[in-house]
Design a protein around this ligand. Structure first.
Ligand SMILES: Cc1cc2nc3c(=O)[nH]c(=O)nc-3n(C[C@H](O)[C@H](O)[C@H](O)COP(=O)(O)O)c2cc1C
Length: 385
């Protein structure tokens, strides 16, 4: 599948503007998502085998997830399951609807297998996202895997009011997803990354855990408490994860880790895109690299793995880590898992390798397990940390 995509389809897609193709693809997947028979067909060809992971009280049918940014508007919620993903992270979404930066804002560095983006959290706002998710559920189109939502700060909200901004989005979206991600690591909202500072992050997490407390009381009292149609839990507190930038120092990561216990951080997602640029001899790539924004894909792989490994060592393996950055095949995913990731995610790999990628990675991970003489994926987590 990957070969056919790379040889025939990708050249046609890459001849056009990146963002235009992204929108067209999401529209097609949205169309497919509203037609169960098409989703069943997709799943027949592209669905992945089981390789279950139990984490945060949730059951992931396999450890390969869709990273934030691909389905910002929750356009194709059921389709990702059919394309073999073991979980989906929707968004980033902000409290206020916003257009994001002006185009062009998404660029391919093809020779480097990389993307640069400065989207700037273009989204319809948390309220619209909640309504859209309610519609998928009402139509019986909720996927059979965990769904998370990536929360960002609205551009118009001053940094000092960030905690309220995140908490407002969380409050309205709480019933609609299985886990939430505090994104304080996007390079495309001015000064957002300052919120990775211990005190600022502490304030955001405190406000969100307060919302979690309020909602868990409501949901325990309400008769709808119990499990959702996808078998995931709805009561108790929702797991809150923090997504970090690859450009922080190890000391800065350690400061974030100090908040894990007091603020009940369920896990860390490592990493977002980087503002650094590697050396390249390719003239076209050098021109693309001059664009401001976050770099993702192959050049990010080693750094994000290094961070996964650091976080795993520092927490002695007790804190769940989701590894993301430059995963293009099963070996890349295995590298993240053995460095300490319990789950992985990808975005850029899907653009370069096509829709068979999640299935291929799950197959490859199953092979890795057999070759290593391991029975369960959890036994592989951190063995090379
Ligand atoms: C176009 C684009 C938009 C993105 N939007 C978000 C976002 O809204 N929130 C977020 O946390 N990460 C976002 N990301 C980062 C990805 O989720 C991921 O962390 C990063 O791309 C590294 O993974 P990859 O190398 O597999 O792409 C975005 C990435 C791209 C390429």
């Amino acid at each position: 599948m990957s070969w056919a995509y790379r040889t025939f389809l990708r050249p046609l897609l890459f001849a056009q503007d990146s963002e235009a193709i992204h929108h067209q693809t999401l529209q097609i997947l949205g169309w497919a998502s509203r037609r169960p028979i098409i989703c069943d067909l997709l799943e027949e060809f592209l669905g992945a085998q089981e390789l279950p992971v139990n984490l945060f009280g949730l059951r992931f049918p396999n450890p390969v997830g869709l990273a934030a940014g691909m389905d910002k508007y929750a356009e194709a919620v059921p389709a990702w399951n059919s394309l073999g993903f073991g979980f989906t992270e929707l968004g980033g979404v902000t409290w206020h609807p916003q257009e994001g930066n002006s185009p062009p804002r998404l660029f391919r560095a093809v020779s480097e297998q990389a993307l640069i983006n400065r989207m700037g959290f273009n989204n319809f706002g948390a309220q619209a996202m909640a309504e859209r998710l309610a519609v998928w559920r009402a139509h019986g189109r909720w996927p059979k895997h965990p769904v998370g939502i990536n929360l960002g700060k609205s551009k118009i909200t001053p940094l000092d009011n960030a905690a309220e901004d995140y908490a407002a989005s969380f409050r309205i979206l709480w019933p609609h997803a299985d886990f939430f991600v505090v994104n304080v690591s996007s390079p495309n909202t001015p000064n957002l990354r300052q919120l990775q500072d211990r005190a600022a992050l502490d304030e955001i997490l405190a406000a969100m855990q307060e919302v979690n407390r309020e909602w868990s009381v409501v949901s325990r009292q309400s008769s709808v408490a119990g499990t959702e149609d996808n078998g995931q839990r709805t009561t108790d507190r929702k797991p809150i994860l923090v997504k970090v930038a690859p450009d922080l120092s190890f000391d800065a990561f350690d400061e974030i880790l100090e908040l894990v216990r007091p603020r009940q951080i369920a896990g860390i997602i490592a990493t977002n895109t980087t503002i650094t640029r590697p050396d390249t001899s390719d003239e076209v790539a050098r021109r693309i690299y001059a664009e401001p924004g976050g770099l993702s894909g192959h050049p990010l792989r080693a750094r994000s793995t290094e961070i996964v490994r650091h976080l795993y060592r520092q927490t002695k393996g007790v804190l769940p880590i989701i590894g993301v950055g430059g995963i293009f095949n099963a070996d890349d995913a295995w590298e993240k898992i053995t460095a300490g990731a319990s789950l992985v995610q990808l975005y850029t790999g899907l653009v370069y390798e096509g829709p068979g990628l999640a299935k291929a990675i799950v197959e490859g991970l199953r092979r890795h397990l057999i070759e290593s003489g391991l029975k369960h994926l959890s036994e592989a987590v951190g063995i090379a940390a």
